[in-house]
Ligand binder design. Structure first.
Ligand SMILES: N[C@@H](Cc1ccccc1)C(=O)O
Length: 533
């Protein structure tokens, strides 16, 4: 077929010296000229093959053509709705009128509904008693005739108005099409000699290579795409942020426990037991098992006491403490739950327990939990400064929309040292965000139950030309740190941001579902460029 088509093109060129419009060609095996898009695509294949051998050259022309929709095609086959209604009725005076219900049974609900209106309007049918009869003994089904003409020619001679009418009725669609004009090329001939693809020993020996034609190299051909794994954009951005933390001397905290207790997610952080964040509407609670093992008693007692009655210079919340609330298992709502675990470990030596060794404690990097004390050894209270970070998943019972999911990733940095100030926190964040390529940041006072003071972080978004919130931060409260055993002069500050927000900004994505979930395009993931901050 492909060769027969090439032959038709060559023969036509030979007879007429050029082909002005390939839509006039008749493809072998067809009766009609090659008007349809599919036919022109087949012709294009033949033209490419011939032009690669310089036998012809061609130019491409674009046209807008029309084709029936599935509904339109049905009308081509069965007639328009109004014609089908008309056909189902007896001629006035020649039989019993058909009731609307009978009509529905014959032609179907949809056809009866749509067709009646038009048939009335055309004056084809009329009411008689409770039923319907046809007035006209003959009709001309214009819609069907028009669709037939469009199907075979791609357009209508009667013009644009009817075309746009049919488009509005969703009976036809517009399609972009192509056709071609063809002229002879430098190697034109009416016989298709199959070009040689290889130079063989035999050709050299017989000398036939001198007269053979060889297939040209196709330098435009693309190689076969290679299959391979690809990192998700979130993982690429995570790696970049991880590198920023590591080069700033932070160690990565282990964060594999998605399930936490109310105690570690909230109580240890001095989040009141009545806080709305702990509500069912905001937090996913586990049903099986629903209750965690108890935390260490001495620490638990200190935490419950500071909540209910105060201590460490605080008046506490003065609200009843409910152990059950503390023991509930839940999906962690923030990675600060992991930070609380790590800070409690960091304070071990201050409590007179054995300090954890750096070995195996961190996923990446090392923190100075076990370094020696640089001051007067007699005053060593066991505290060692630490810079810690984590990037992992958290869960919130959110209504999902274009920018919110029930699970996302948090990036969190925590710094513990003696006598840190708010200026140190701001300084750290400025360096951190600067390394992420966010040069302009602003801070706004905010409220967190576990930090005082707290700051929201805003970054200037040059594309959106406005300030957007990028994170939250603060200095952890003594009500949280002192029950853990930290000396009074130790300050711990932290900041958190989502991983999704910078990733979406970086990749110019404005719907989170493009990035996460079942609507993600694998191809989009594979083709997403690398990120360098
Ligand atoms: N946990 C906070 C972020 C944060 C971390 C550390 C200190 C202060 C705030 C959040 O979920 O938004």
């Amino acid at each position: 077929m492909a060769e027969a088509l090439q032959q038709v093109i060559l023969d036509t060129l030979d007879a007429e010296s050029s082909i002005k419009d390939t839509r006039a060609l008749v493809i072998p095996g067809e009766k009609q000229p090659a008007i349809s898009n599919d036919a022109q695509i087949a012709i294009l294949g033949a033209l490419n093959s011939l032009s690669s051998r310089d036998m012809i050259s061609y130019a491409t022309h674009e046209v807008i053509s029309h084709a029936p929709t599935p509904e339109g095609s049905q009308i081509v086959e069965q007639g328009s709705n109004e014609a089908r209604v008309w056909a189902a009725l007896p001629l006035k005076g020649q039989g019993d009128p058909v009731t609307p219900n009978q009509l529905k049974k014959v032609v179907g609900d949809e056809v009866a509904k749509v067709g009646q209106g038009r048939a009335f309007k055309n004056g084809w049918i009329a009411k008689e008693g409770d039923g319907l009869v046809k007035l006209a003994p003959e009709i001309k089904d214009v819609t069907r005739d028009d669709l037939l003409e469009i199907k075979s020619s791609g357009t209508l001679k009667s013009g644009e108005k009817t075309l746009s009418d049919l488009r509005k009725r969703k009976l036809i669609v517009q399609k972009k099409g192509q056709w071609f004009s063809v002229t002879k090329g430098p190697s034109f001939s009416t016989s298709i000699a199959k070009p040689e693809t290889d130079l063989t020993v035999e050709m050299l020996a017989s000398g036939s290579w001198k007269t053979s034609t060889f297939k040209k190299y196709n330098f435009e051909a693309e190689g076969i795409p290679t299959n391979g794994g690809a990192l998700h954009p979130l993982l690429k951005v995570r790696e970049e942020i991880r590198n920023i933390f590591l080069e700033m001397g932070f160690a990565e905290m282990p964060t594999q426990s998605f399930v936490e207790s109310g105690f570690w997610c909230f109580d240890a952080l001095f989040v009141p037991q009545q806080h709305p964040a702990r509500d069912l509407q905001d937090t996913f609670y586990l049903s099986d098992p629903a209750i965690s093992l108890p935390p260490k008693k001495d620490y638990y007692d200190l935490v419950s006491k500071v909540h209910e009655h105060g201590g460490f210079g605080s008046t506490g919340y003065r609200a009843p403490w409910v152990e059950e609330e503390s023991r509930k298992l839940l999906l962690r709502t923030h990675t600060t739950a992991s930070s609380a675990h790590m800070l409690y470990k960091l304070a071990a030596a201050c409590r007179g327990e054995k300090a954890p060794s750096d070995k195996g404690e961190y996923t990446h990097g090392a923190a100075s939990t076990t370094g020696s004390y640089r001051g007067d050894p007699a005053k060593d209270d066991g505290f060692r400064p630490a810079k810690l970070f984590s990037i992992d998943r958290v869960f919130r019972n959110e209504t999902m929309d274009a920018t919110h999911l029930a699970e996302f990733h948090q990036v969190e940095g925590v710094v513990a040292d003696r006598n840190l100030t708010l200026a140190d926190l701001i300084g750290f964040m400025r360096v951190f965000f600067d390394k992420m390529g966010i040069e302009q940041v602003r801070f706004k006072p905010a409220y967190n139950p576990y930090t005082e003071p707290s700051l929201e972080i805003f970054a200037f978004h040059p594309m959106l030309n406005r300030w957007v919130e990028v994170g939250n931060s603060g200095m952890f409260r003594p009500e949280m740190l002192e029950p853990m055993g930290f000396p009074k002069d130790v300050r711990v500050h932290g900041w958190g941001l989502s991983l999704e927000r910078p990733t979406m900004i970086r990749y110019g994505i404005n719907n989170i579902r493009t990035l996460v979930g079942h609507k993600v395009s694998i191809e989009g993931i594979e083709n997403s460029p690398a990120v360098r901050f």
